[in-house]
Design a protein. Structure first.
Length: 367
């Protein structure tokens, strides 16, 4: 295997695939990146057996086909350290990959390409093409609510649901829920759903850009694959049953508050300064045209913040995790936000005002 490439051409795909490489690996081959030179292009692939990332870059000039695996982090650090626009010559010989520039030479250990694991693909249940902006937006509007290392493993990820012409993403950690929905063209006969693992969601969000460029998505019984112009992303699915989110969406709420989103966010942040750092509980007192926030901590310190809202109804006092509310306010992009309450023991529903099909549920706290 032999080829010549510029530092910048090599760095971009290397950075793209490196997210799939885990720092602590039980299998040495998983800390390597697979390099394949063929048909005037270089392909780089990395995987941790759950997520696989592959990127291609066109080669100019002479090359010699071949395939090998080398330590991903070391190769990335080497390429990063080179100067902008530097020419890199890569040559395989004597079980070592030689990386040379006019001023530097490196020799890296290798492992055979045939030891590198392949993702087994099965028949597709759903296929669709959609813009990167739509997919990235759906993920960004819901990913903050995913659980982290929850024993209920099916919560450590995001639900992708396809039904007629609706593509819905849902995430919940059992204390809050985020849902976003877009209309897309779907090639599927029945309702299909899948749980994408947390790492897969985060890597996919990192890959995607806010652009009109389309990506193709293919969903099978155990994998999801998303292909862009110069990369492909494949992830295993979480084998589990996601909660029936429709049943936890609060209904019949009679206390509807319309407020300035930025004002709510600033007020919550201010009140959170003196809340209990362990439990993050803040008390919300709702009255005519006004909300009062109250927070305290074990040191007997207190914070009280008031702000005006559009509300004419009965008084309500409810406790909640201030961090959860701030996360929602950071995610919503519309100038105004709609908050619907039922009583002190029921979940609250938060929505964008005239901002599309995204809803957020926050459970109350006993304070």
């Amino acid at each position: 295997m032999r080829f010549t490439i510029t530092r910048d051409q090599l760095l971009t795909p290397l950075q793209l695939v490196s997210g799939a490489v885990e720092k602590r690996q039980t299998l040495p081959i998983l800390s390597n990146v697979l390099m394949v030179v063929d048909d005037s292009k270089l392909s780089l692939t990395a995987t941790d057996l759950e997520v696989e990332l592959k990127a291609d870059v066109a080669l100019e000039g002479e090359f010699e086909p071949g395939e090998i695996t080398v330590p991903a982090r070391k190769l990335l650090d080497i390429v990063r350290s080179l100067g902008d626009g530097e020419t890199v010559k890569v040559d395989m010989g004597e079980n070592r990959l030689k990386v040379a520039t006019p001023s530097s030479r490196f020799s890296l250990s290798t492992m055979p390409a045939n030891e590198f694991p392949n993702v087994e693909e099965t028949a597709s249940l759903v296929s669709l093409n959609l813009s990167q902006t739509i997919l990235k937006s759906l993920i960004e509007k819901t990913q903050f609510a995913m659980a982290q290392q929850d024993v209920r493993y099916y919560l450590n990820g995001m639900l992708f649901e396809f039904d007629n012409d609706k593509f819905t993403t849902v995430a919940t950690d059992g204390h809050r829920l985020a849902l976003s929905r877009e209309t897309v063209e779907i090639d599927a006969d029945d309702k299909v759903s899948a749980i994408i693992p947390r790492k897969g969601v985060l890597e996919l969000s990192r890959l995607l850009e806010h652009s009109d460029a389309t990506v193709s998505m293919s969903l099978s019984s155990n994998h999801i694959k998303i292909t862009g112009d110069h990369y492909s992303f494949t992830s295993k699915l979480v084998d589990g049953r996601f909660p029936e989110y429709d049943k936890v969406l609060p209904r019949n709420g009679d206390k509807v508050v319309i407020a300035d989103r930025e004002l709510v966010k600033e007020s919550l942040s201010r009140a959170s300064i003196l809340c209990n750092e362990k439990f993050r509980g803040v008390r919300l007192m709702l009255s005519n045209e006004q909300v009062r926030l109250h927070a305290n901590n074990p040191e007997q310190e207190e914070a009280e913040v008031e702000f005006g809202v559009d509300y004419n109804g009965s008084d309500l006092e409810i406790g909640f995790n201030v961090g959860y509310m701030i996360d929602v306010m950071n995610t919503i992009k519309t100038p105004q936000v709609k908050m619907t309450f039922i009583d002190a023991n029921s979940s609250s529903l938060i929505e964008e005002v005239d901002g599309g099909e995204s809803v957020y549920v926050v459970m109350p706290m006993r304070l």
